[in-house]
Write a protein that binds this ligand. Structure first.
Ligand SMILES: *Cc1c(COP(=O)(O)O)cnc(C)c1O
Length: 478
């Protein structure tokens, strides 16, 4: 069949079923990034189709990845200990790209687990793991109740106990709360081994109290992994560096460039100050993997689980070469400005309460209810999210934190401008004095009646109804 024909059938149907992540009014999740250099790098990577498991299998991309690990580390102002210093093999620190934040979390789990088990059992004999299994039975990992779901998933697949540490009212994990949990486990004879610290949580963009957590983690010999999947993107700008206080004392860090760095998924960087332990936990040897430079050059297969790896670093190279650090800083600042602008509009509306602190490109809010009944407020807030999403004019995300239902609104597009953010051209969705236009009411869903029954009426303003160009890509199937 000709390629032209492969593209043809049921084109209409495919379009209707596509969720338009790159639409300027898509504000759900953390909107994945995309950019021209990213697309070109993707095409070139596929065209070259190299498989980068060791230096000899792909010298250029191995060298480029090493350089990108250092460039990104420097751009994000990471402490020098996390970079490749001198020879990439003998350097204490360094990093590698991973297939997403969840893989980075799993990697941190595996490395920390390996470290603790070998500290107790000595060298590992892969043919007999009885001693290790006895230790495994007692291992405990810690993360905030606000940590990303991938931390729980990593605990699930690595068979270790997971202790959620209740986040405080600002959605942050505190040192003393972590310590209480650790002590409880020690009393039971368990073995604490790793703590996950989130800088920029997924639900509300909160920052755990790293400075308080570090002394606790050190006292109990916990590996500290910092999940800066989202928040770390902003560290290319000086004004966010205050969030990094204490980072030099953690063991590993990951940042997802596919959150707000114009990379498409996956664009995860993982750094550690202890590359020896990481590689020890990930290295296996077979004759067919031995190439000419085996042992003397960096083989990225020893930096994660995958053997076959894509040349993801090419995206970073193209993006940095195209926009430069300054261009990326401007972009990050623009996202922050737009989000702040939007939050200020929300703050003017007496029916809305901002939840958490907006520092970067995420703002969270909920409806206020006269009688302050939390259940009712939760129900209404959920209905609002469903109502907005049903309208297909705008897409946001529902989340729950500390028993509170919230609306999440994230911004991460090159094409987003304040006109899109405020939906002014369309008569005003969120952010203007009303939530929904008459047009969005074409979805006569049960959410709409719930919202209406509480007096959240739309503006009846025909003149400002959205036109086709405003709804481009998000219109429902006719
Ligand atoms: C997105 C996110 C992750 C997971 O990253 P994936 O690449 O989607 O697996 C982990 N932690 C936080 C805080 C995130 O925002």
């Amino acid at each position: 069949m000709e390629f032209r024909l492969a593209l043809q059938p049921k084109r209409e149907r495919k379009r209707a079923l596509l969720t338009h992540w790159q639409h300027p009014r898509f504000h759900a999740y953390f909107t994945g990034g995309q950019s021209y250099p990213d697309i070109v790098a993707e095409a070139l990577t596929s065209a070259l189709a190299t498989v980068n498991f060791c230096w000899d299998s792909s010298p250029a991309f191995t060298e480029l990845e090493i350089v990108m690990v250092n460039w990104m580390g420097k751009i994000f102002n990471l402490p020098n200990e996390f970079l490749f210093n001198g020879n990439s093999e003998t350097s204490l620190g360094g990093g590698a790209m991973q297939n997403g934040g969840s893989d980075a979390m799993l990697l941190a789990f595996l490395v920390a687990r390996h470290k603790r088990i070998t500290e107790i059992c000595g060298n590992i004999d892969i043919h007999c793991r009885d001693k290790e299994h006895q230790v495994l039975n007692k291992l405990v990992a810690y993360a905030s109740t606000e940590a990303h779901s991938s931390v729980e998933k990593a605990a699930l697949v690595t068979l270790v106990h997971m202790r959620p540490v209740q986040a405080d009212k600002n959605f942050q994990m505190r040192g003393k709360d972590l310590e209480k949990q650790v002590q409880k486990d020690l009393e039971k004879g368990n073995i604490p081994f790793v703590a996950f610290v989130t800088l920029g949580t997924t639900s509300t963009g909160a920052y755990d109290q790293l400075k308080e957590i570090i002394p606790v983690a050190k006292k109990y010999n916990l590996w500290i992994h910092v999940d800066a999947s989202y928040g770390g993107n902003a560290w290319c700008c000086e004004e966010f560096h205050y969030q990094m206080d204490g980072l030099k004392d953690v063991d590993s860090i990951n940042i997802n460039l596919h959150k707000t760095f114009l990379h498409n998924v996956p664009g995860t960087y993982f750094w550690t100050r202890n590359q020896r332990v990481l590689k020890e936990s990930m290295t296996v040897d077979h004759a067919y993997l031995h190439a000419r430079h085996h042992g003397s050059a960096t083989d990225f297969r020893n930096w994660g689980i995958s053997l076959s790896r894509r040349a993801l670093c090419l995206k970073t190279w193209f993006i940095l070469r195209t926009y430069g650090v300054r261009g990326m800083q401007e972009y990050i600042r623009r996202l922050t400005r737009l989000t702040t602008h939007f939050r200020k509009h929300l703050e003017k509306d007496p029916r809305i309460e901002i939840v958490g602190q907006q520092v970067f490109s995420l703002v969270c809010f909920r409806l206020k209810i006269d009688n302050n009944n939390n259940d009712e407020c939760n129900e209404m807030t959920k209905a609002l999210v469903e109502y907005i999403n049903h309208s297909q004019k705008l897409c946001i995300t529902f989340a729950k934190c500390n028993g509170m239902s919230i609306c999440r609104f994230s911004i991460a597009h090159q094409e987003q401008y304040s006109r899109e953010i405020l939906f002014k051209a369309g008569g005003g969705v969120v952010g203007s004095p009303v939530f929904v236009t008459q047009n969005t009411l074409r979805s006569t869903s049960s959410y709409a009646s719930l919202i209406h029954s509480r007096g959240y009426s739309p503006v009846r303003d025909q003149s400002s109804a959205p036109n086709e160009s405003n709804t481009r890509g998000l219109s429902p199937r006719k």
